[in-house]
Design a protein around this ligand. Structure first.
Ligand SMILES: [Zn+2]
Length: 678
C-alpha cells in the first residue's frame, strides 16, 4: 500500500524503497578517508573521488533496490521504531496510553503470519463481493465512491487541497489517476523495454486473479481488460514534466461546471458516496483526463470495469494478505526494482506501522530518540541559513530592487517546522482490534480519509505535517510557504553534533538551503509569501531567471546513466536548482562561521572548504540496481546521486578554488554556460 503525499510538496531525497538486513549502526566517523577513491582526481569526477571507496565495499543488500546515506539512516531509524513497537507489544497493559496500546495491537496483528496464511483472500472477500454484485453503471459509480471513501485509489484521485490561488482555504480537488504501473509511459511507449514490462505486468495481474479463485482463462481475459482500461486512462494523463506547471493544474470550478465538463458521471451521487454531498467548488487538475473518464464510463462495458475494480482492491491489499499474494506482489515488483529478497516481516510491519499510525508512533519516537538540544541546534542552523540567504538576496546582481523586495518578503514569511508536529493527531475515534491485519489497515485508511475530507471547506490547518518524524527526508510546501525537517534526518551523516562545522554545513546546512531554495525554484518562485499562486516578478527579472534555469535544464539533459538513458533536465529542474542554491547559501554560511570562529586545522589533510564538499558528496553516495535506476529516471524529480554531486559543484567557482581545479577540467563548467541564480 502506498502513501499519497501532498501533490506539491517538494522533497529532498530519494524515497528509500524498502528493506534490509540487520540494524546498521550510524557511521561514527564524520568523513571516513576509506570512502575516497584517490586514483581519480577531484577535478575530473568528484563523486568518484569522494565515494569510490565506499561504492566498492557497499553493494546493494539483497532486500534493497538502492543503498546509500538515506537508506542506511532509514534502516537505523526503523530499527529504533521496531524497538518501540516490540516494547509496547510486550508491555501492552491497561496502564499504557491508549495510543501505545493501539500501536502494539496494530504491530502484533501485522506480525501474525499464521493468521494471514489461514485467511488467504478472505479479508478482501466482502469488497470483492460488492464488486461482483454491480449490475449497471450507477452501481459502478457508487462503488468507485465507496472505494474512494475507504482511501483505496481507482480511476481518478479525489481529495482535499489548498486552493492554489487562495491559500487560506481548503477545497476539493480531482486529479488524474487510476494507473498501477509507475507512469503513463509504461502503458504507451512502444519500445521493447516497455512492452516487455507490460507483458510481465499482464501476467502478474492474471496470476493474482487466479489467487482469488478465477480460472486461468478468465484471469487472462480479465488481465487484458485491466491493461486496456489503464492504457485508456494513461493516454489523456499529463506527463510528469507537464504537471510541473502549477497554473496548468488549476481549473477551479463549481460543481455545476464540473457536471458540464463530465456530464455522464453522476457527481451528486459520488459526492454523497464519499460523505461530502455539500461540496460546491472543486479544482480539476486535468480537465481532458476527466472528459476521457466520462466517455470511458460509457464505452467500456461494466464487466470490464468490474475486473479493473477487483484488481485495484487486490493490488492494494496484496502486501497484507497471505504469502501467496505477498510473494506474487514482490515477484512483479522486483522486475521493476531488481530487489532480490523480501524485507523480513518485522521490518515490513515496522514500516507499515510508521505509515499507518504516524503520529502515535512519531510521538513515542521523538520522546525516545530526539532531544530538545537537537531541535535547538537545527533551529539555529535554519536561522543562520535564512540570514545568509537574506544577505545574498541583497547583493544579487541580476535582479531589480522591486523583485528583490518581493523575494525578501517571501523569505521573511517562511515557516520552519523542525522534528515533529506541535499538535498530534487525536486517534480516539480509531478502533484497532486484535486479529486480521487488513481490517486494521483499512480502519487507519478510513480514519485518515475522514480526516482529510473533513478539511474541505475549512480554513487551512497550518500544523499539518506531510512526513512522519522518523523519516529521513525534508520538504518545502509552496502553498504553506514552509520548510519541514523531520527528526529522522537530523543525525549523521547529515548532522552530527560531534563533527566539524564544515561537515555539518556540507550536509544538513546544504539540506536546509535546498529546501529554502525550493521556495525560489521554477515552481516555488510562482508562489508568493502567503503561498498563493501569483506572479510577483517583473517581466525582465523573470526572463533573466528563466535564462538561468534553462542553463541548469540543459546541463542535466546532457548527463547519462546506465548505457544511454538521459537525466530529464526539465523533470529534475526544481531539485537541481534547489541543490545549486542550497550548496551556494550553505557554503556562504560556512565562510561566515569560519570568519567568526577562526580557521580550524586540516583534518585528514583536508581544508574546511574541501570537507564541506566531501560531506555533500557523502550524502548522495549510492549504489542502485539498474532496474530501479530506470524507473527513477522516468519518475523521480531528483537526479541520481552522481549528478546531484557533480552537477552543482561544477557550477561553483568555490569548489574549483577549494580543490585547485583549472579551466578545462571536467568539474569546471565554462562561465558561458554556468548559471548564477541564487
Ligand atoms: Zn528537493
Amino acid at each position: 500500500m502506498r502513501l499519497v503525499f501532498p501533490a506539491l510538496a517538494l522533497t529532498l531525497g530519494l524515497a528509500t524503497s524498502a528493506a534490509g538486513q540487520g540494524a546498521v549502526p550510524i557511521q561514527s566517523t564524520p568523513l571516513d578517508p576509506a570512502n575516497l577513491d584517490r586514483s581519480v582526481s577531484a577535478c575530473t569526477d568528484f563523486y568518484q573521488f569522494a565515494n569510490g571507496g565506499w561504492a566498492k565495499t557497499h553493494p546493494v543488500p539483497p532486500a534493497f533496490s538502492i543503498w546509500g546515506s538515506f537508506a542506511e539512516l532509514t534502516e537505523n531509524n526503523q530499527s529504533n521504531v521496531l524497538t518501540i513497537l516490540r516494547n509496547s507489544a510486550a508491555s501492552a497493559n491497561p496502564q499504557a496510553s491508549a495510543d501505545l496500546r493501539k500501536l502494539a495491537t496494530y504491530y502484533t496483528s501485522c506480525m501474525d503470519s499464521a493468521g494471514a496464511e489461514k485467511e488467504g483472500a478472505q479479508p478482501i472477500a466482502p469488497e470483492l463481493g460488492r464488486v461482483a454484485a454491480i449490475r449497471n453503471r450507477a452501481q459502478l459509480e457508487s462503488e468507485i465512491a465507496r472505494l474512494h471513501s475507504m482511501g483505496l485509489p481507482s480511476v481518478f484521485g479525489f481529495g482535499a487541497q489548498q486552493d492554489a490561488k487562495n491559500s487560506t482555504s481548503v477545497i476539493a480537488g480531482v486529479r488524474q489517476g487510476g494507473l498501477s504501473l509507475p507512469d503513463r509511459d509504461y502503458y504507451l511507449n512502444p519500445e521493447k523495454r516497455y512492452s516487455d514490462i507490460r507483458a510481465n505486468y499482464t501476467d502478474h495481474v492474471a496470476r493474482t486473479f487466479q489467487l482469488i479463485g478465477e480460472s486461468a482463462s478468465d484471469a487472462g481475459t480479465d488481465a487484458q481488460r485491466v491493461l486496456a482500461i489503464e492504457t485508456a486512462l494513461a493516454r489523456p494523463a499529463k506527463t510528469r514534466v507537464e504537471m510541473r506547471d502549477p497554473n496548468a493544474n488549476y481549473h477551479k470550478m463549481t460543481t455545476a461546471e464540473l457536471a458540464q465538463l463530465a456530464p455522464g458521471f453522476n457527481w451528486p451521487t459520488y459526492f454523497a458516496g464519499v460523505g461530502r454531498a455539500d461540496i460546491t467548488t472543486i479544482n480539476v487538475q486535468n480537465p481532458a483526463f476527466l472528459k476521457a473518464v466520462d466517455s470511458l464510463m460509457t464505452s467500456v462495458p461494466v464487466n470490464d470495469w468490474k475486473a479493473y475494480l477487483r484488481w485495484k482492491i487486490v493490488d492494494a491489499a496484496a502486501p497484507s494478505l497471505s504469502s501467496a499474494f505477498v510473494n506474487e506482489d514482490f515477484r512483479f515488483g522486483s522486475t521493476l526494482s531488481g530487489t532480490k529478497e523480501q524485507l523480513p516481516r518485522d521490518k515490513r510491519c515496522g514500516r507499515a506501522t510508521d505509515a499507518g499510525l504516524r503520529d502515535a508512533l512519531g510521538q513515542a519516537y521523538v520522546a525516545q530518540y530526539f532531544t530538545p538540544t537537537a531541535k535547538q541546534r537545527a533551529l539555529e542552523m535554519v536561522r543562520n541559513l535564512e540570514s545568509v540567504f537574506h544577505d545574498r538576496l541583497q547583493t544579487l546582481g541580476w535582479m531589480s530592487d522591486t523583485t528583490k523586495a518581493q523575494a525578501e518578503t517571501k523569505l521573511a514569511a517562511f515557516t520552519n517546522k523542525i522534528g515533529y508536529p506541535d499538535k498530534w493527531r487525536d486517534y480516539s475515534s480509531l478502533t484497532i482490534k486484535p486479529g486480521q491485519f487488513l481490517n486494521n489497515q483499512l480502519a487507519v485508511r478510513e480514519y485518515e480519509r475522514r480526516r482529510e475530507l473533513a478539511r474541505i471547506g475549512q480554513p487551512v490547518d497550518r500544523a499539518e505535517w506531510g512526513m512522519t518524524p522518523p523519516t529521513v527526508n525534508a520538504y518545502y510546501n509552496p502553498s504553506m510557504n514552509e520548510i519541514v525537517f523531520p527528526a529522522g534526518i537530523m543525525q549523521p551523516p547529515f548532522f552530527d553534533p560531534k563533527a566539524d562545522d564544515a561537515v555539518n554545513y556540507g550536509g544538513m546546512g546544504a539540506v536546509i538551503g535546498h529546501e529554502m531554495t525550493h521556495g525560489f525554484d521554477d515552481q516555488g518562485a510562482q508562489f508568493d509569501a502567503q503561498g498563493n499562486l501569483r506572479n510577483w516578478w517583473s517581466a525582465s527579472d523573470l526572463e533573466k531567471f528563466k535564462r538561468g534555469t534553462g542553463l541548469v535544464a540543459s546541463q542535466f539533459d546532457s548527463y547519462t546513466v546506465l548505457d544511454s538513458v538521459h537525466v530529464n533536465g526539465k523533470l529534475t529542474l526544481g531539485e537541481n536548482l534547489a541543490d545549486l542554491g542550497g550548496l551556494s547559501v550553505s557554503y556562504a554560511a560556512l565562510e561566515k562561521t569560519l570568519a567568526a570562529k577562526g580557521r580550524p586545522p586540516l583534518i585528514d589533510g583536508f581544508t574546511p572548504e574541501q570537507r564541506f564538499f566531501l560531506a555533500w558528496a557523502q550524502i548522495w553516495r549510492q549504489n542502485i540496481n539498474p532496474e530501479a535506476q530506470r524507473v527513477r529516471i522516468n519518475t523521480d524529480p531528483h537526479s541520481p546521486g552522481q549528478w546531484r554531486t557533480n552537477g552543482p559543484v561544477s557550477n561553483l567557482p568555490q569548489f574549483a578554488a577549494a580543490f585547485g581545479c583549472k579551466p578545462g577540467d571536467p568539474m569546471v563548467r565554462p562561465d558561458s554556460v554556468r548559471p548564477v541564480i541564487w
